[in-house]
Design a protein around this ligand. Structure first.
Ligand code: SAM
Length: 270
């Protein structure tokens, strides 16, 4: 066991500490403290198959920050972060507001701990909200009062789906779900999305551990990830391994493992 149950008495009410949660496992991979023994066990199993798990998770967070900065540079000043995860460092609102003071951000996650921790982090910030909702219900998400208060769907929106669509199964229609969000968004809106990329046989063992312990979803091929962008105009360089997506001075070159996750951005035409 990677951690001790004795340290886990602090669970917020309503949080089941006997079942791993995607948000808490990801926090454990990043080296955070908002996780329980059951989550650390999954992170440890994943680390056995993929020793660079922690570095990979941080590369992923850095790609999220580059995506937000790129969208902000296109004039986007409102973001809907679907499957936002537990707060850590360089959260979307911090990156967006550093680029554009007053940028508005709504975090959406179906894990109740994200709301509990997000509220604490965001006390006094009128430009950022956290909503507990299921991203598989776009009409519900988009009609939430917190979303309506901060996001104007008549203006370009930054839609972020980072590390979450690979948790959706095919019968949950990921292509159709992304389209329903984009149909509701104004021209000029952008999608930034990252996704585990299947490269059999290299990724088979990782995918098995990952999905058997965390539930549904699957890794997808390059073509399947590209299809998620539908009719958007793709931003250069298209869908590529994380370190190749608009790297900056701090981005480490690909080490082969980092090809596991692909990133891409697209723009909704007029
Ligand atoms: N986007 C964040 C990042 O890149 O750091 C977090 C990624 S984490 C791997 C995936 C997140 O998606 C988790 O916090 C999980 O709770 C959330 N999630 C998974 N399925 C979801 C759903 N159907 N609706 C809303 N959130 C979901």
């Amino acid at each position: 066991m990677a951690g001790s149950d004795a340290l886990d008495d602090w669970a917020p009410t309503g949080v089941d500490t006997s079942v791993p949660s995607i948000a808490r496992v990801y926090d454990a991979m990043l080296g955070g403290k908002d996780n329980f023994a059951v989550d650390r066990e999954v992170a440890e199993r994943i680390r056995k198959v993929l020793p660079i798990t922690r570095e990979g998770a941080w590369e992923h967070r850095e790609a999220l920050a580059r995506g937000v900065r790129y969208l902000a540079a296109q004039g986007i000043d409102q973001f809907l972060d679907l499957g936002s995860g537990l707060p850590t460092v360089q959260n979307t609102h911090q990156v967006a507001q550093a680029a554009t003071p007053g940028a508005r951000v709504v975090y959406v996650d179906n894990d109740p701990m994200v709301l509990a921790h997000g509220r604490a982090l965001l006390a006094g910030d009128d430009c950022t909200e956290v909503v507990t909702a299921d991203l598989r219900e776009p009409e519900d998400v988009l009609s939430r009062p917190e979303v309506r208060a901060l996001i104007d769907l008549e203006r370009p929106l930054g839609l972020l789906m980072v590390g979450v669509v690979h948790h959706l199964a095919d019968d949950e229609d990921p292509v159709g779900l992304v389209k329903r969000y984009l149909d509701a968004a104004a021209p000029g809106s952008h999608l930034f999305l990252t996704h585990f990329r299947s490269q059999p046989p290299t990724t088979d063992a990782l995918e098995r551990v990952f999905l058997s312990m965390l539930g549904t979803g699957r890794f997808r091929t390059q073509e399947e990830i590209e299809a998620l962008f539908g009719s958007l105009e793709m931003v250069d360089p298209g869908v590529v391994a994380l370190p190749l997506w608009r790297p900056d001075a701090t981005t480490k070159p690909s080490d082969g493992h980092s090809d596991l996750i692909a990133a891409g951005a697209g723009r909704k035409p007029a």
